[in-house]
Write a new protein. Sequence first.
Length: 260
Amino acid sequence: MTDKNTQSNMINIRGLTFRDITPEEALNTAIGALSGDGKKKTPFVVYTPNAEIAQLCVEDEKIRECILSADMLVQDGAGIVLASKILKKPLRYKIAGIDLGEGIVKYAAASGKKVYFLGAAPANSERKAVALIAEEKLAEKYEGFKLCGWHDGYFKLEMTDEIIKDINDCGTDILFVCLGAPRQELWVKENRDKLNVSLVLGLGGSLDGYAGTVKRAPEFFIKINCEWLYRLIKQPSRFKRMLKLPKYIFGALGERLRGK
Ligand code: UDP
C-alpha cells in the first residue's frame, strides 16, 4: 500500500493492514482524495474486505498482494474485528462498505462530484439494471444525486477498454466497482493506471443493497454481529465460500496460541 505503512494506527491482521479508525474517519479519508483541483495521476483506491476475502488472502498470495495494493482497507465485518481481538490488536470498529459508499453518495449529491457505478446485474424482463434502480433509490434519499454513467457487471473482459473510455469520458470523479470480490479488486489493479478518476471503491454487493434487490440484514442481526447468518439464510448458495469465515477465526486462534 502507498502511504499507510507510515501511519501509527496501522494494524496488521493475518497479513492485511487496517487502520484503527472510525467509520467517519474512513469516510473523511476517502473524501479527502477528492479535494485536489485536477484528477490525481492514479486514483485513491479503497477496498472493503470481509473475513471471507481476508481468508482468501491468507490462502492466495496473488490476491493478498492485489488487496494490499489499495490506499486504504476498511474492515467490513465482524469477523475481522473478532480476529483482531483474538490477536490482541483490537480494531475498535467494523466499517460496512455499503455504508461507506452511501456516505460518499451523500457527499457527491451535495458537492456535485460525479459518480459512476460499474457492476451488478443488467436489466431483465422484470426490472431495470440494478445500477439504475440503485441510483433511483439513492436519489430519493439524497436530493440531486444522479449518476454520470454506469455499466452492468456482466461484461466480457475484451470490453474493458470501452468501459474505461466511457468512465473517463463521463468526467467521473468517483467510481464504484461492484463486481464481487476478488474480481473487482483484480479488475481495478489491472486497470488502475488507465482510470482518470480521483477515487475508486470496491464495494461488492452494495448496488444490490441500495437497489433493494438483495435485502440487507435487519438491525437485530447487525447489532449481534450476525449479518453473515442472515446472508446465509437468504443465500444458502454462499455456504461453501462462507466456510472461510470460521477458517479465518480459527487461523487467528492458532496464531495467538503459537504466540505469533
Ligand atoms: N457481479 C457482477 N459481475 C459478475 C459477478 C458478480 O457485477 O461477474 C455482481 C453481483 O451482481 C453482485 C455483486 O457483484 O451485485 C457481488 O455480490 P456478492 O454478494 O457476491 O459479493 P461480495 O459483496 O460478497 O463481494
